[in-house]
Design a protein around this ligand. Structure first.
Ligand SMILES: Nc1ccn([C@@H]2O[C@H](COP(=O)(O)OP(=O)(O)O)[C@@H](O)[C@H]2O)c(=O)n1
Ligand SMILES: [Ca+2]
Length: 495
């Protein structure tokens, strides 16, 4: 009897039931959380691809983009998987043998076939956008321009990808899509505030694009682009200066210094000791050079370096014309420009040149000083210091650095104060800054006008909350069982 009483006091049923309930409770919580995690887990990551060819004036580059298939409309999800630089010059340089323009793309397109998984080939959109080199060729000879585009089209159509067209993009598109690219990669579009302006320097044209307010933009419709992205409205100022890319600007500066008939040109934009014989026709062979073309070809001159940065900038300033401004304010050549609103990202040749000259983080004054020093360094010394750099490129850095200084200050009116708002960039989060990504995002409708609905909690937060609530319910349940149990057992004893 005493033993029975003791057993009753110990209440074996009580501990057994509590253990059972605990086990069942824990099993239920584990099952619940496992189901929630599995149900909401992102499916096995599937990727999609897009290919854009940037047919620039100096060269063509093939960009392959990749993004998770189910996250198409999320900002910052598309990234550059691979870039292939086409060997040889830009497609506009094939005017004498247009069929070779297409052929030049074959090696990179074969590479693209390896980088995009075979099962995705047929659905991968393929675009080619040509910029200022082809704009100039179309001004010079529309027929040859069409032949070049036809030749690249033929080769692109023969690839397994979904060919979507090869065309010359406008200067506004080039500027606006460059702006979209850098703000998309910086993940600024969803936030709706504080965007970054885009400065793009090519070989044949240069673009400036920044967000501005309505008041500033009433004046010039041709410089206005509006977008509604992720539920935010943007009014962009954009302008593309044809013939003001660094290669055409160099021709303009040289042509303006050269007098046909003179046997030599003493050029402050080239280092002292530099001396190269040039044909006048190589300088004037561009629709960017309006006046002073020699009637006869065959004239040549010796291009001699003088190495003087301030004189070089004076020479450069003369290629910016000042025909008067018909607006409240202008940049140069009578082109409207509202007050600049930074910050700015400066890419393409802005970056290549400033990076070479080690000028990506200097003040405006510091930049001027370094340019003076670089230009006054004798040519033989420059060559010694940079043995791996091609002479043609090396020779042009004194001009290019001064051109960038002049374009940004005399042209766009950046000052000592606003200079620091410019960041010279090549890539953002692994993708090149440039117009191609923005172009593809736009054509594939990957940036929605309205912000897509998103769940109120991220996946990890959702699972944690579920776990926490389950635990709370379980603890409450345990307590209630514990407090009810003695009454239950007493009742059993009475019976
Ligand atoms: N590593 C590199 C690559 C290009 N570049 C220059 O960057 C410019 C690129 O221009 P681009 O071919 O895109 O010409 P656009 O059609 O944009 O005017 C050219 O002036 C090239 O010489 C450079 O300075 N360093
Ligand atoms: Ca370009």
């Amino acid at each position: 009897m005493a033993e029975q009483r003791e057993m009753k006091e110990k209440n074996p049923w009580h501990s057994a039931v509590v253990i059972l309930i605990t086990v069942l409770g824990i099993t239920a919580i584990v099952a619940l959380v496992t189901t929630a995690v599995l149900q909401n887990k992102p499916l096995l990551q599937k990727y999609k691809y897009g290919i854009v060819l940037d047919a620039g004036s100096s060269h063509t580059a093939v960009y392959i983009y990749e993004w998770p298939a189910e996250k198409e409309n999320d900002t910052g999800r598309v990234h550059q998987k691979h870039i292939c630089k086409v060997l040889g010059p830009g497609i506009s340089s094939y005017s004498h043998s247009p069929e070779l323009a297409g052929e030049s793309l074959r090696t990179c397109m074969k590479q693209a076939e390896r980088f995009v998984p075979i099962r995705r080939h047929r659905e991968t959109p393929l675009y080619l956008g040509a910029t200022a080199g082809m704009r100039l060729l179309s001004m010079e000879n529309q027929n040859v321009c069409d032949q070049v585009l036809g030749s690249v089209e033929k080769v692109l159509r023969s690839t397994p990808f979904s060919y979507q067209g090869a065309r010359i993009i406008s200067g506004q598109e080039e500027g606006a899509f460059g702006w979209i690219t850098i703000n998309y990669l910086d993940d600024r579009l969803k936030q709706g505030s504080g965007t970054t302006g885009a400065l793009d320097l090519g070989g044949a044209s240069t673009q400036i694009t920044f967000a501005t307010n309505q008041e500033g933009m009433g004046e010039s419709a041709e410089n206005t682009v509006t977008f509604r992205l992720y539920g935010n409205d943007y009014i962009l100022y954009t302008h593309s200066f044809l013939c003001y890319g660094k290669d055409q600007a160099l021709k303009k500066t040289l042509a303006q210094q050269a007098q046909v008939g003179n046997s030599s040109v003493l050029d402050p934009c080239f280092n002292e000791g530099y001396s190269v014989d040039r044909n006048y026709s190589s300088v004037y062979s561009s629709p960017c050079i309006m006046a002073g073309k020699p009637l006869e070809t065959g004239y040549s001159f010796t291009h001699i370096g003088k190495g003087d940065a301030s004189q070089c900038q004076q020479a450069i300033r003369r290629i910016f014309t000042n025909p008067g401004c018909n607006f409240s304010r202008c940049s140069f050549n009578g082109v409207y420009q509202p007050p600049i609103q930074g910050p700015f990202g400066a890419f393409s040749a802005f970056y290549f040149v400033m990076n070479f000259l080690n000028l990506t983080s200097d003040s405006l004054e510091g930049t001027r000083e370094k340019m003076e020093r670089y230009c006054s360094t004798p040519w033989h010394q420059i060559k010694q210091q940079h043995p791996g750099v091609k002479e043609k490129y090396l020779a042009e850095y004194c001009f290019s650095g001064n051109y960038i200084l002049s374009l940004l200050t005399d042209g766009y009116k950046f000052t000592s104060e606003t200079w620091s708002t410019i960041t010279f960039i090549k890539k953002i989060s692994g993708s090149d800054a440039g117009w191609t990504l923005g172009y593809m995002l736009n054509l594939t409708n990957m940036i929605p006008a309205e912000a897509p609905d998103s769940p109120p909690l991220p996946h990890a937060g959702y699972v944690t909350l579920l776990l926490f609530i389950s635990l709370v319910i379980f603890v409450i349940f345990l307590f209630s069982v514990k407090s009810l149990w003695p009454r239950c057992t007493t009742q059993t004893q009475i019976i």
